[in-house]
Design a protein around this ligand. Sequence first.
Ligand SMILES: [Fe+2]
Ligand SMILES: [Fe+2]
Length: 287
Amino acid sequence: MMLPTELRRAALLALAEPDPVAKCDAVRGLRAIADNIDTTAALVEPVGIPGRPVRPELVDPHQLSTRGVHTPERRAILLHALAHIEFNAINLALDAIWRFADMPEAYYTDWLKVAEEEVFHYGLLTAYLADMGITYGDFPAHDGLWRMTARTCGDVLARMALVPRTLEARGLDASPPIRAKLAQAGDHRAAEILDVVLRDEIGHVAIGNRWYRHLCAQRGLDPLAEYEILALRFEAPILRGPFNVPARRAAGFTEEELAALVKRAGVGPLPPRAPSAFAAAPSPSAP
Ligand SMILES: [Fe+2]
Ligand SMILES: [Fe+2]
């Protein structure tokens, strides 16, 4: 695919690309133009985004079961569901780049880094699935992540609050029990892939926190109170826990925010701060 030489326009074309291999190639090409960002252009949304292949068939989440990992087929279904989340995550990172104008350049390069890492995760999972004889699209999938992305298309503040800081953060909580199940079933390769993904996802949530706080400061909003308002307005899922508190701390949630999270879920109190396994995770500096 011939891409434009300006980052936001090129991200939009990559988002529109339906073929996963071509989409991943397009994302890999973005780094070369990362210093050419038109931050002010209001780009027009084309029909048909996000581009995605005909399969997987998208179904209601209740029709899907990813429970149990003790047979190769059950493991393949689970890993396929994770690959689908990564495919959607590539799209949501590209959408954050093209859609929202008038952000600092660092916002766009942060989301480019996210898009590159989602391509990497998608590649790890689909390569492993290929060893099992499975191709992305072989099982049905659901569309929850993209639906919240679409709902928050009108405001970058809502997008940061509800996609990286809510849905991707939920991935931090979901990862340890899934990893434990896979390791227990003897699938150490899958467990290793989950370790890589979790490490990077802490960085993605941190990027969500960075720009959420930047926008709250710019608009004179209190981040804690504003989150409650946005979560209600956009019907964010209520997170039930258990929460991966060390990973959430490494991703930059404040103690107040974590206390509100566990209170809302009716679990708690917060475990005390301890030397964290994620202490070395990248934490973006203030914009
Ligand atoms: Fe990812
Ligand atoms: Fe991510």
